[in-house]
Design a protein around this ligand. Sequence first.
Ligand SMILES: *[C@@H]1O[C@H](CO)[C@@H](O)[C@H](O)[C@H]1NC(C)=O
Ligand SMILES: *[C@@H]1O[C@H](CO)[C@@H](O)[C@H](O)[C@H]1NC(C)=O
Ligand SMILES: *[C@@H]1O[C@H](CO)[C@@H](O)[C@H](O)[C@H]1NC(C)=O
Length: 150
Amino acid sequence: MASKRGLLLVIGVAVAIVLASGAPPVQPPRIQADVVVMGFVPCNNGTSMRTGSAPGFAGPRAVVQLQCTDGADLAANATTDGKGRFRMAVNTTVAPSSVASYCDLVVDTPLASCNPALPATGMLQSDLRLLVSMVFFPRGFSYVSAPSTD
Ligand SMILES: *[C@@H]1O[C@H](CO)[C@@H](O)[C@H](O)[C@H]1NC(C)=O
Ligand SMILES: *[C@@H]1O[C@H](CO)[C@@H](O)[C@H](O)[C@H]1NC(C)=O
Ligand SMILES: *[C@@H]1O[C@H](CO)[C@@H](O)[C@H](O)[C@H]1NC(C)=O
């Protein structure tokens, strides 16, 4: 019994020493974090199109623009990979909830460039959906025939 108590005491003292010597300040600074937006651009002029609902934007690559209003000071561009997929990462201190509220995705590369049967004007637009932590997906691209003026 006595030796067991002694051993526990030694372990306790050792843990205390480690905690006292090695512990860094726990308060993290407010750092810039990567907001990641990734997803799929369809080659179609439908509404709320989801991955798999249309072929990917192939051919000349589509430029995907992250556009935000005054509530979030953020902008980024990405180019699709030839199968319609894209990924962008941008450092920001903007909170994820603000990114979802104030930002959307716009593709104004003409749909006619991936399919000549589709319109040569207009654009695709999607709201953002928070997937996990700082990772966002397009909610679903919709074809907008005239550029919005907001
Ligand atoms: C994204 O691309 C558009 C159109 O080419 C350009 O006007 C804009 O400045 C670009 N934004 C960024 C953050 O590179
Ligand atoms: C964001 O900042 C971190 C730390 O400075 C850096 O490692 C990372 O590459 C940056 N990411 C982008 C997309 O600039
Ligand atoms: C999609 O494009 C086709 C071909 O240009 C057109 O006939 C159709 O009306 C378009 N649909 C929408 C929703 O704009």
